[in-house]
Design a protein around this ligand. Structure first.
Ligand code: D41
Length: 358
């Protein structure tokens, strides 16, 4: 049994390393995110069942992606944590149960709910109200210096407003609005150039431009979602109020965030945003729930590099890469034509769809 587990683990590690390389280094993913998530989850489960097979180089043992050597490394003032995922209401209930078991108080736990923007985390440091340094998340400890590129983003203030702190390290997600993505891809088509696979890749490619003038043209935006370090002011004791404080300092925060009373409210929010997803002007891949009370967050603490007080509830995979394997045409007695399409979805499930055409 352990022999097969060893083989499976080795295979999964190889696959994940390859996917990571395609994704982070080449900016050209060759599998849908869902396939990557499935492999990582399978690896985590196998390693949990066989802890003696965990090696330091396993993809489960690191926080983020590879560093791109074109940009000098920056050590974050405090590490940028990672976020655990759940994929179903049942897994979310288990998360809530773990929280309830750990907390002494039996009161209802309020959560801040945030749409989960699609993965390009950055830290921006303001000193005496002025933008000083901006870095990608990298491996959580060290990222790449993208200060000059971040400075070109219209929504990132170079100077904070109001009663700002002496030092503020604020974390957020850079993204490309859907409209900007469509515009860029249209220009690429017109110029006979390669198009971007999705807005996430377009955002990553645009932020990592050696020439910030190119970044400036790409219409990137940012929403901030947490504070890493602050010095010189007292922060409110609730996460939601802290986000409102960021807004008051002039930093953009996602307008869809919402405060809910309990875990039932989280799932209602999830449904509401899932329905609105196509109408949003930016791409999201789930919801992030965060225990709102900062004292409770501190009581809950962290496990490995992820907080116990926050979780990402992912939407079911939308973008599956399909490969058409066969097309069957059947012409009926009445002249109606039926079409059956056999496609291979991620080399895993065989997907068959049929339709009638007249
Ligand atoms: O929108 C997001 N992608 C998002 C990412 C978010 N809304 N909140 C986040 N909160 C955190 C913690 C709880 C650790 C402050 C995050 C992330 N982390 C995150 N982004 C990339 C890795 C982790």
């Amino acid at each position: 049994m352990s022999d097969t587990a060893e083989k499976l683990i080795a295979e999964l590690k190889n696959k994940i390393e390859e996917y990571n390389y395609q994704y982070y280094v080449l900016d050209n993913p060759n599998v849908p995110d869902a396939e990557f998530d499935r492999c990582l989850k399978e690896l985590i489960n196998l390693e949990q069942a066989n802890p003696h097979l965990i090696t330091p180089d396993s993809p489960t043992q690191k926080v983020g992606g590879k560093l791109d050597s074109a940009f000098p490394p920056i050590t974050h003032l405090t590490p940028m944590l990672s976020l655990d995922n759940v994929f179903s209401d049942e897994e979310f209930s288990a998360f809530e149960q773990r929280i309830n078991n750990r907390l002494k108080s039996q009161d209802k736990i309020g959560f801040t709910c945030e749409p989960k923007l699609d993965r390009l985390a950055v830290s921006v440091v303001y000193r005496n109200g002025l933008l000083d340094v901006a870095a990608t998340r990298g491996d959580g400890k060290r990222g790449e210096d993208v200060t000059q590129n971040i400075r070109t983003l219209a929504s990132v203030p170079l100077k904070l407003r109001g009663n700002f702190p002496e030092l503020l390290d604020v974390r957020g997600e850079v993204f490309m609005p859907k409209s900007a993505f469509e515009q860029i891809n249209q220009s690429a088509i017109d110029a006979g150039e390669k198009t971007f696979v999705n807005p996430r890749n377009a955002a990553a490619g645009s932020l990592r431009q050696l020439d910030p003038a190119i970044t400036a043209k790409r219409k990137l935006a940012v929403y901030f979602y947490s504070i890493g370090t602050v010095e010189g002011v007292e922060l409110p004791e609730e996460h939601y109020a802290r986000l409102m404080q960021l807004k008051a300092w002039g930093l953009p925060v996602c307008p869809e965030i919402s405060l809910v009373e309990d875990s039932k409210g989280c799932l209602e929010y999830y449904k509401k945003i899932a329905q609105k997803r196509a109408q949003l002007s930016y791409e999201i891949d789930g919801i992030v729930y965060k225990v709102n009370d900062v004292e409770l967050q501190q009581e809950l603490g962290f496990v490995a590099k992820a907080p116990r007080w926050a979780i990402a509830h992912k939407f079911p995979a939308q973008e599956e890469m399909t490969q058409v394997q066969a097309v069957d045409f059947q012409v009926g007695r009445t002249g109606a034509m039926g079409v059956t399409l056999n496609s291979n979805v991620s080399n895993r499930e065989l997907n068959q769809s049929s339709c009638l055409a007249h």
